[in-house]
Design a protein around this ligand. Structure first.
Ligand code: ATP
Ligand code: MG
Ligand code: MG
Ligand code: MG
Length: 486
């Protein structure tokens, strides 16, 4: 079943159950704490918080999402994209656990000729929160899932809150058993690649008076009106319904991967195992290309432009990683002009504005690739020389001075140095790098003071600060070193 059809069936099904069909919001949301929309419920937050009253009590959507925190998983697990679409159904003080579970079961298991997804009920598992007897009882009553396939899980996986006082409550997740060729038996606790999470049902049931961490919160009491927020990964269910191994091989993503394989002369899947986890590095690179090209397309489509901070830096990093993955596969010419149109062709079925706006999108992406090619041309030899010298002298860590020089003179962002050094088996002395950055900042400050009214060169500093503003893990590590937290 094509992804477009899966989406259509979703909306039709929930419309038939009295839900208003709400179009996807753009990836950029007004919430300043949020880099990008990362879940279907984000546009509905004011309703869940009781700040606004919706015109309906039931809604459904297919929401564009970006989760930068998942970037390290891309291509390595079978199911994490930086961009993905979350199908959602929502109840605002209307139905609760019973209907949410019944709807999910009906849509998943109704045979395809009758409008459902036709999943084999024998392959479905459910999780419930530690003390949510009610949800477990409903799974047993309303579905054919036996008790053995209902797993209880704690706060980390099965409790939802916004991280602040307000609504919170237990979740119940649905997993699909992809079969023994994908991993060990025993349910989601044992293997989340074999047992793939497809759908999360969130039951907003309580008012939380304090949230200290995901696992540490105080419940003030029941909410006056209970809400439901669910999210199903469109790409994940597409991979199941299309009978492919992972989300990079579905109809909306695979053509880019295929094109990249053709351009680089590599054979995708030639030496990979069944699970994405033990893939050949070439396969991982090809998946990264397919994922990042699509994410870049969607981000530029929604108005993001490459830059040195925040959202712009996420896009810049995504484009650069795609280009570098192509290089690692041996392709050194400009790559995006061959790849981006392929992604647009696939995605414009659901997002026609990508086609009408493509000239603008392409111009931004191609210009960024050109700029990056210049940066690489200047810095790569220097980096390679530094790496060989380090290795020759028996070291395993690139000096902070080298990383700093690459940054200062050749415009190599630290994350690029970290990645490229890692590819050659070296660590980078981050502390040394951070110290030099700090010193430079002090000098610039003193300079500016001396000149009075002169401008300090804060570009470098801004870059480091922007690292903190994004949620790339490498940056988090870097910024928690202490001295660079802006
Ligand atoms: P996982 O544990 O697999 O990382 P999650 O628990 O973080 O998923 P939720 O926040 O519950 O995911 O989001 C709801 C649904 O969205 C998931 O059940 C999954 O189907 C889908 N989803 C989440 N993250 C991604 C991603 N990075 N790429 C594709 N689909 C995703
Ligand atoms: Mg996750
Ligand atoms: Mg999960
Ligand atoms: Mg989940």
């Amino acid at each position: 079943m094509e992804t477009a059809e899966i989406r259509r069936r979703w909306l039709t099904f929930f419309e038939g159950k009295g839900h208003a069909v709400v179009p996807s919001a753009p990836l950029i949301h007004e919430d300043p704490n949020l880099l990008f929309v990362n879940a279907g419920m984000v546009p509905f937050k004011p309703y869940f918080l009781g700040q606004e009253t919706p015109a309906w009590t039931r809604a459904t959507s297919v929401q564009k999402c970006v989760r930068t925190g998942d970037i390290d998983e891309v291509g390595k697990t079978s199911r994490h994209g930086t961009f993905f679409q979350m199908n959602g159904n929502f109840s605002f003080g209307d139905y609760f656990k019973r209907d949410a579970i019944a709807f999910a079961w009906e849509l998943l298991t109704t045979p395809q000729p009758e409008g459902g997804y036709g999943l084999d009920p024998e392959r479905l598992w459910a999780t419930v929160y530690t003390d949510d007897d009610e949800a477990e009882q409903l799974w047993l009553e309303l579905t054919s899932i036996p008790k053995e396939r209902i797993v209880r899980r704690g706060e980390a996986d099965n409790y939802w809150s916004m991280g602040v006082p307000g609504p919170g409550g237990p979740c119940s997740e649905i997993f699909y058993d992809r079969g023994e060729e994908y991993g060990r038996e025993g349910g989601p606790e044992v293997d989340e690649d074999r047992y793939m999470e497809i759908w999360n049902l969130v039951f907003m049931q309580y008012e939380l008076s304090a949230v200290r961490s995901k696992a540490d919160f105080d419940v003030a009491g029941p909410l006056p009106a209970q809400n439901v927020d669910t999210g199903m990964g469109l790409e994940r269910i597409a991979s199941i319904l299309q009978g492919v191994d992972n989300m990079y091989e579905i109809d909306e993503v695979y053509p880019v991967l295929e094109k990249a394989a053709e351009m680089t002369g590599r054979t995708y899947g030639a030496s990979s195992g069944q699970t994405a986890g033990d893939s050949h590095p070439d396969d991982v690179h090809l998946r990264v290309v397919a994922d990042h090209v699509r994410s870049s397309l969607m981000l530029i489509g929604d108005g993001v432009t490459p830059g040195n901070e925040g959202r712009g830096y996420v896009l810049r990093r995504m484009l650069r990683r795609a280009v570098r993955a192509m290089r690692l596969l041996g392709y050194e010419d400009p790559a995006l002009p061959h790849l981006l149109p392929v992604s647009m062709e696939r995605m414009s079925a659901s997002y026609p504005e990508l086609r009408t706006g493509f000239d603008r999108i392409a111009q931004i992406a191609y210009a960024e690739e050109q700029a990056f090619r210049r940066t690489l041309a200047q810095g790569t030899t220097i980096l390679d020389t530094a790496v060989s010298r380090t290795k020759e002298s028996g070291g395993d860590t690139l000096a902070g001075e080298q990383a700093f020089a690459l940054h200062d003179t050749y415009g190599f962002p630290i994350d690029l140095t970290l990645e490229m050094a890692a590819e050659q088996g070296l660590k980078v002395d981050r502390d040394g790098f951070v110290r030099l950055m700090d010193e430079q900042r002090q000098r610039a400050k003193a300079d500016a003071k001396a000149k009075k009214g002169g401008h300090a060169n804060t570009e470098v500093w801004k870059e480091l600060r922007s690292l903190g503003a994004t949620d790339w893990r490498a940056y988090e590590e870097l910024t928690t070193q202490g001295s660079v937290v802006g």
